[in-house]
Design a protein around this ligand. Sequence first.
Ligand code: SAM
Length: 266
Amino acid sequence: MSPKTLQILCSPLERAPLELANGASAAGEAGQFLVNREHGLKYPIRDGIPVFVEPHEITGINSRFRGIYDSWAPFYDLLSRVGLYILGVSEVKLRREFVGSLGIRAGDRVLATSIGTGSDLPFLPRHCDYYGLDLSAGMLRICLKKMRKLGASAELFLGQAEHLPFLDESFDVVYQMGGINFFSDQAKAIHEMVRVARRGSKIVIMDETEKVARRLEHIPGIKAWFRHQHRPIVPPTRLIPHGMEQVAYRELYDGQAWYVSFRKPR
Ligand SMILES: C[S@@+](CC[C@H](N)C(=O)[O-])C[C@H]1O[C@@H](n2cnc3c(N)ncnc32)[C@H](O)[C@@H]1O
């Protein structure tokens, strides 16, 4: 982990600073940890990924989706390509357009709050520092493999978007692509995106609309994402904190995706 990264990390709940240490956990796990001795905090680093939440600490619908994404991670890329094909949307076009809309500039520090298998990575501009968090260790494992294959680099973190392990005002661009429709607490996740964004930064959120959920809920594999959906999909425009600037809402791809963007005021 680079010193630059360590400088912006903190514990996700107390926001306490962290340092690297070798050691062992109470459960006997040995290796490298991120620690804060004053607060008695210790987060393991597994396969190079700092782990800020363990499965038993995840509650609500996040727990269900962690399980779904962990099980389906090896097939996620194929399933999402098939799903998009059924919807008549080219994944390459969608990713190019989405990444293009982020307004990333050389030297930016960019955070993806649910990086998944890293399907955006081939489309992101070079000469930036990328950070990706996700709730699913399975998805992050595939992302790591993809990064090695592509020669792409990003720092990965296992955690919840509702409790980001980063200090305030750390990023130039923050984005959330997919997944937020079914977060346990969308308002908290959006609040966190704003907290870790620098002043003037762009924040972008996109996910599918209810129309897509109804079309894909019968397709094997994909249906797991929508079965027992606990609430209809409502784009979270009302959850954008007061005072944000350039707030824009659009529906894309024939009403199949919603897209929200705004800027944190300077
Ligand atoms: C539909 S996938 C999108 C992945 C990736 N952004 C993409 O465009 O392919 C949704 C992702 O959100 C993650 N996720 C779900 N709930 C989350 C949460 N509360 N915090 C962080 N990640 C979460 C899942 O593990 C999964 O990787």
